[in-house]
Design a protein around this ligand. Sequence first.
Ligand code: FES
Length: 121
Amino acid sequence: MPYSLDEGHSSESDILCRLDDIENPGGVVIPPSPLTPPGGLVIIRHGAMVRAFENRCPHFGVGLDAETGSLLFDWEAKHLKCRNHYARFAIDDGSCHSIDCDEAPLTPFPIRVERGAIFPA
Ligand code: FES
């Protein structure tokens, strides 16, 4: 669906991605840009929930996608798995559910969804 912004709303240049660009359930990797943290973001969609986290595994500080551009999920457990050593993180709050990440959580990134587009909050 085409997306347009009315005057007074956030600029199109501030859009991280469009909701329709993310499968449901699914997730995307947003490359680093002036809108993101240095490593970029992962944005996850599951039902009505949309969450964003820094694309940085707390275990080794590398991208959760291991530079593949794709993410691994266990939808039954509602976990995102790091592609490097497979630490598991809850998709709703980023909490760690593996000993591989020393129980350190993902870092949340505040977003807002406005008219089908996702912006930094
Ligand atoms: S780098 Fe992610 S679990 Fe080791």
